[in-house]
Each structure stands twice: as C-alpha cells, then as structure tokens.
Design a protein around this ligand. Structure first.
Ligand code: ITT
Length: 191
C-alpha cells in the first residue's frame, strides 16, 4: 500500500519507513510539494492534523499522514514543545536549538523531559491521531553522532546511551515516534 507522508524532514521518513516496512511512503517532493507546510497551531496534535489536512486539501491526495514532535522539558514548563524545530530561530538549526536548551537548563537540577509525537492520519475522509511518548533526561553536554535534532542530549529512561549514541534500529525500538507509528500500523492493519 502506498501512503503519502507529509514531512519535509528526511530523518523522519527514514525512521518511519523502517517501521512501516510493508508500505511505500510517498514523500512531499513526489507529489510536487516543495513548500514549507504551515504549522501555526499551539499544540502538537493540531499541528500534525494541520499538516495532513493541508496536503489533502491542496494536493489532491486522498490518504495521507503527518506527524509533529516536540521535546517537553519539565523544568521549562514543557518548552520547547510545539516550538522545538524553531526554538533558537526560524532557521530550524538543530545545533542552536540544543545549545539554547542547555543554556536554559544550566541552573536546574531537574533535567527530566519527554519527547511527544502525534501522528495524524487522514484516510477516506476520516481523521485519526496516534500518540507516542518517551520519558528521559537532558544531559549536560552533547555526545553521539547518530539521530538528529535533540538526540545528542536526550537520555531515555532506563538507558545508558542517549539517542544519538544508539543505532537507528535501537532508537526505533523505543522512541516516541516508533510508539506512535506502531499504533498507526496496527490501525491500518486492522481496518
Ligand atoms: P516536518 O516537515 O515534519 O514538520 P520538522 O523537522 O519541522 O519536520 P517538527 O515540526 O516535528 O519537524 O519539529 C520537531 C523538531 O524537534 C525537529 O526539528 C527536531 O529538531 C526535533 N525532533 C523531532 N523528532 C526528534 C527526534 O526523534 N529526536 C530528536 N529531535 C527530534
């Protein structure tokens, strides 16, 4: 089965394709979409829905899913949250975002945080959402060369290596995104 995945982030396509093995993910470029899809809502769930709806409404696509992810840091009242991609500015610079987080947390002893992903699916005109969360802590400095975004400072609960120090397979077994996508997968398989 082919399904459009509305993301401009190639890391997400790689991670999700590895989980949705029996499906062919069609990227935005393949449907002629080269624009930055608006994400203007105050919640991760609404942003995920907004991205999926945008593609269905503007590109004549019937079945589509999108996802939105945020890093939610307890001591910062859930920041950067829905602003995770642009925390340090509109350039979506992962390095600058990580440095901003480390600077803001410098004086806090509570470094607990979570990643939250919401996948929004539109299929045959109906909308569905699936959520995945992983708890962990923000480390004091970066390490590891895998993953992307905030991975070099996110240590999942119960683990000794952060997401950037794990292989893609290891991250994919436990991550927020994997949890949400497994719910999507079982929904698709059971309809
Ligand atoms: P879309 O086109 O799908 O919107 P994006 O990169 O703008 O791609 P988001 O709006 O979901 O993605 O922004 C979330 C940001 O949070 C993203 O830029 C990363 O920096 C970070 N992020 C998302 N998933 C992550 C993960 O698994 N590990 C580390 N950081 C992640």
């Amino acid at each position: 089965m082919k399904i459009v995945f509305a993301t401009g982030n190639p890391h997400k396509v790689e991670e999700i394709q590895a989980i949705l093995k029996g499906y062919e993910l069609i990227g935005l470029a393949d449907i002629g979409c080269h624009e930055d899809i608006p994400e203007t809502n105050p919640t991760i769930k609404e942003n995920a829905l907004q991205k999926a709806r945008y593609v269905v409404e503007n590109y004549g696509v019937k079945n589509c899913f999108a996802e939105d992810t945020g890093l939610e840091i307890d001591a910062l009242n859930g920041e950067p949250g829905v602003y995770s991609a642009r925390y340090a500015g509109p350039e979506k610079d992962a390095d600058a975002n990580v440095h901003k987080v480390l600077a803001k947390l410098a004086n806090y002893s509570d470094r607990s945080a979570q990643f939250r992903t919401v996948v929004a699916l539109i299929i045959e005109g109906e909308e569905y959402t699936f959520e995945g969360i992983i708890r962990g802590t923000i480390q004091t400095e970066k390490s590891g060369s895998g993953g992307f975004g905030y991975d070099p400072v996110f240590l999942p609960e119960g683990e000794t290596r952060n997401f950037a120090e794990m292989s893609a397979d290891e991250k994919n077994k436990i991550s927020h995104r994997a949890k949400a996508v497994l719910l999507l997968k079982s929904f698709l398989e059971n309809r």
